[in-house]
Design a protein around this ligand. Structure first.
Ligand code: ATP
Length: 260
């Protein structure tokens, strides 16, 4: 079932005397519960498209809708955004950080304690409600950021390189945790990443964009039998390296068109 639709999206950034065309004629659709990755050469407009889907600004041309309704100014759509940095408030406890969104939205305020405890359990960090972010490692803080993102029960989760600041071991563990948690909560998600292996291991489909102005170059389906595995297990599946090489070659040919 089509859930998110991006139709005829073009985006140009205008400043005093320059116009930078970031995206050109993007059409795509995503099904409910799917995990999608956006990959492509640096500067091809991945973050721009994610920001437009988040409703941070409208595209110059085109529309983005969720379940048939435009996302701009739509108060029924709540977007969960997870970034490279966790952006937890250092002066607030973990519980206060997690319930921040609920308080701002005036939603489920009285259930804050219960929601916090349920989500901290889900991300494997029980009983840290009263701690402060500085008492946690980088990986633990990103797990709290995931709990905070899920607390508002977002319609869709947008993940902009959320693992890239972590050491390799923490990154692999968090990939598994995010994947398992999103499946458990039945969430739809889009991941922007420069790590092709991560995209293959975590996604149902991968959207490859061409150099700026970014266009959707190709879509790759991850084989069904890999999707039921954890990202860690998926990396050991024989189809993983086949897909990696296929997409890598495409990426290299796109990089070539960029410089020539
Ligand atoms: N606020 C802005 N004003 C002007 N130009 C911008 C702005 N934000 C992004 N750009 C330009 O738009 C293009 C697309 O940028 P964007 O950050 O979306 O690409 P990206 O694919 O996410 O890049 P990267 O992979 O390097 O993070 C780039 O050329 C960038 O310099």
């Amino acid at each position: 079932m089509e859930f998110l639709t991006v139709s005829n999206v073009h985006h140009t950034y205008f400043s005093k005397d320059t116009a930078t065309e970031a995206l050109q004629d993007i059409h795509l659709s995503i099904n409910k519960g799917e995990f999608i990755s956006f990959i492509g050469p640096s500067g091809c407009g991945k973050t721009t498209l994610l920001s437009i889907i988040a409703g941070l600004f409208p595209p110059t041309i085109g529309t983005v809708s969720i379940e048939g309704q435009s996302i701009f100014g739509n108060e029924h759509v709540s977007i969960g955004y997870m970034l490279q940095q966790d952006y937890l408030f250092p002066w607030k406890t973990i519980e206060e950080n997690i319930t921040l969104g609920l308080n701002i939205l005036n939603k489920d305020k009285e259930r804050g304690e219960e929601v916090t405890s349920r989500l901290l359990n889900a991300v494997g960090l029980p009983n840290i409600e009263k701690k402060y972010p500085k008492e946690l490692s980088g990986g633990m803080r990103q797990r709290v950021a995931l709990a905070r993102t899920l607390a508002v029960d977002p319609t869709i989760l947008l993940l902009d390189e959320p693992f890239s600041a972590l050491d390799y071991q923490s990154k692999l563990k968090l990939e598994d945790l995010v994947s398992e948690t999103l499946k458990k909560f039945g969430k739809t998600a889009i991941l922007v990443t420069h790590d092709l292996g991560e995209a293959i291991a975590m996604s149902d489909r991968i959207f490859l964009f061409s150099p700026r102005p970014g266009k959707l170059h190709k879509t790759f389906e991850v084989p069904e039998e890999m999707r039921t595995l954890t990202p860690f297990e998926a990396r050991a599946h024989p189809h993983y390296s086949t897909l990696f090489q296929m997409i890598w070659k495409e990426l290299e040919s796109l990089e070539h068109t960029k410089t020539t």
